[in-house]
Design a protein. Sequence first.
Length: 367
Amino acid sequence: MHEATEDDSVIALPGLVILHLTDRCDNRCAFCMVSAATGRRRDLPLSRVREVVGAQNPGSRVDLFGGEPTLHPEFLEIVRTVAELGHTLSVASNAHTFARPGLAERLVETAGRGKVYVRTSLYGLDGAQHDAVTQHRGSFDRLMEGVRNLVAAGARTQINIVLTRMVIGHLDAMVDLVARLGVDRIKFGGLVDVDGCPEIEPTLHELRSALGPALARARSRGLTITLEKLPMCAAPSFLSSFSTERDVGAWPRTYADEAPCGGCLARRLCDGLDPGYAIRHGSGELCPLHRVRLSAVRALPSEPREVEELEFLKVHLFQVPDDWAQRPDLVDRCRRTVSVVQQRFGRVALVPMSLIEQQAQPPGGDT
């Protein structure tokens, strides 16, 4: 958990800076995590951005959030500042700005090819569903055009599917849409703090039934998968796909530590339940994991390149022999790997072979 800075628009950690550039946004999503603050804060000044980003060692990651960060009047100058200081850039955007001709190309040119990563959200399979959520007519069409332009410009792009009751019956088709757009990354995100609109919240049982086949489909389409704001028992074959953004975002979660969470192997790694969900639905749908599926673990990195490629803000589970602690070569590899994961604000587990369920699950069998 981070300590808020004086302006509460900056989270600065060694190697990672998160900047809330603006409260401005042209969408009005009912379940938006920052909607309560929209319009209340001043835009973050460029001078403050330079001060915070300039204090980081080159090669750090800078995340730009809002509101809609591209609506900051000095957005491209902020991008230029990040690039000139030698950092990589992540932008959380609704992609509307990039529907305008030339803007995606300018972003990539300013940030540097291979140095910028744009994350956006898809709230439905078509304009009727998506625009109903954003309360912005035409937002679906602008999102589609913006994503196409970003992909064509060479920006790494991820589409986040927010798991509302309206979309869980369409997840397979939404995965296919993401793949057709040429995007290489997809995130499935649960809901947080929807006390004002609980009717859009699916149950964990409903999520499991829909999410298993969708995850299998995403994997078959070659998409890199991230899962967020969900208990790990929602997708036990994809434990190494879970995000750790909660560790810096600090949104509240709750656990059933008496049972079933107390006996779960994944308890230390898991985000648990949204407190409001637990009040409305209880914790009876949680399922403790007593073994780890083979598809959820990966080989321990053996080469420096493999260690350097470990993702920021992700859970990493590595398969190790039961006697790894008695093997000095493995102990050294484990220490190096764990150190890098922790530097990148991830969570890590070394899983002995005796705890791994060797039989593969059938496609769509992640329930």
